[in-house]
Design a protein around this ligand. Structure first.
Ligand SMILES: *Cc1c(COP(=O)(O)O)cnc(C)c1O
Length: 361
């Protein structure tokens, strides 16, 4: 049957998620596969969140969720000293990226982003018939001065992924201050801070401070990473009441499901789970970095829960060889691999597998 599809949509390539463990086990018949490919929390979900998903919560699944997510928005607002009308929830923060593109881009409008960053930005900008203006990373980091220069009167959105996925690198407060001094007031700067809770650097920018100054800034965070709720799909944006007002015109009314709302509320209070997750990530990232360095690799400095490094040969081949060892990592492009920090035994297995698949000198 003939189909008329807009060339912008036809140009998109479906997002390739990290391979699920079951798929690898089924396809290659490999038992006990491990997945270090999607920056998930290897410890698991917050136990408090699991308790909140008890039969009591599930027993109300015949009802629509609270479309306004009042309790969760109130809890997030209290935590960040904002008002609930400054909080918007999404079916994952991914959904809010799409809402931002569709709400603020007219066809031909520009969105500035790094050339190597979270792939969803480009996808959503294209879907909204906008133009992605990509600025090369500099020494593995967002080049914020070059991004500021790339802003034109057509620029409606500037994406700063901090820490950046897939590199793990961070832009510090001083660089962000310089960017904010240069970007025109009417362009919206989106700080995607999906890995915020993992950051240990003291120079991490206070992006919420700009929201509190009523700048056109959106801070995106998620329950998918340190809180361990990726499967429930819930993330949030913190911004001005004016921006949430516009986003809410396009937001599907029940986009945050009822179980996700309950679990997120409980996870937010589970400081012990967050602290344990952060501590294990720090210790294991240090160990994994050391092991990779001893194999001759140079992972970029990371403030997140993954390491990004040049394997010095076809990344695809190493990725595929690791799959046959039952270890799922992420091949980004060329010689670059991204590996999520797993449990201690998973990281050991990854390093052992990597040693086996590398050609012997
Ligand atoms: C994982 C991730 C997200 C979060 O996505 P969700 O839709 O909330 O699961 C957003 N941005 C970046 C950069 C990420 O890596």
């Amino acid at each position: 049957m003939p189909l008329n599809v807009h060339p912008d949509i036809a140009s998109l390539v479906p997002y390739l998620p990290g391979k699920p463990i079951e798929e690898l086990e089924r396809e290659l018949g490999i038992p006990r596969a491990i997945k270090l490919a999607s920056n998930e929390n290897p410890i698991g979900p917050s136990p408090k969140a699991l308790a909140a998903l008890s039969t009591e919560a599930a027993g109300t699944l015949n009802r629509y969720p609270d479309g306004g997510a009042h309790r969760l928005r109130r809890a997030l607002a209290d935590r960040y000293k904002l008002t609930p009308d400054q909080v918007i929830l999404g079916n994952g923060s991914d959904e809010i990226i799409g809402l931002l593109a569709r709400t603020f881009l007219s066809p031909g409008d520009e969105a500035v982003m790094a050339d190597q960053t979270f792939v969803i930005y480009k996808m959503e900008v294209t879907a909204a018939h906008g133009v992605s203006v990509v600025v090369p990373l500099k020494e593995g980091r967002h080049d914020l001065p070059a991004m500021a220069k790339a802003v034109t009167p057509k620029t409606k959105l500037v994406f700063v992924c901090n820490p950046n996925n897939p590199t793990g690198t961070m832009v510090p407060a001083a660089d962000v201050a310089a960017l904010m001094a240069q970007v025109p007031d009417d362009a919206i700067v989106v700080f995607d801070e999906a890995y915020y809770e993992y950051v240990v650097s003291r120079n991490f920018p206070d992006s919420l401070g700009y929201v509190k100054q009523n700048r056109n800034v959106v801070v995106l965070r998620t329950f998918s990473k340190i809180y361990g709720l990726a499967g429930l799909r819930i993330g949030y944006g913190l911004t001005t009441p004016e921006i949430t007002g516009y986003l809410n015109r396009l937001r599907p009314p029940f986009n945050a499901n009822s179980l996700a709302q309950r679990a997120a509320l409980a996870a937010l209070e589970d400081e012990d789970h967050v602290a344990r997750s952060r501590a294990m990530n720090q210790a294991e990232m240090t160990r994994l970095r050391r092991d990779l360095v001893s194999l001759g690799f140079q992972p970029l400095p990371s403030e997140a829960n993954f390491l990004y490094f040049d394997v010095g040969r076809s990344g695809r081949e190493v990725f595929e060889a690791l799959l046959r060892e039952g270890v799922i990592v992420r091949h980004i492009e060329g010689r670059m691999l991204r590996v999520t920090i797993g449990l201690p035994e998973e990281n050991t297995r990854f390093v052992d597998a990597l040693k086996r698949v590398l050609p012997r000198e």
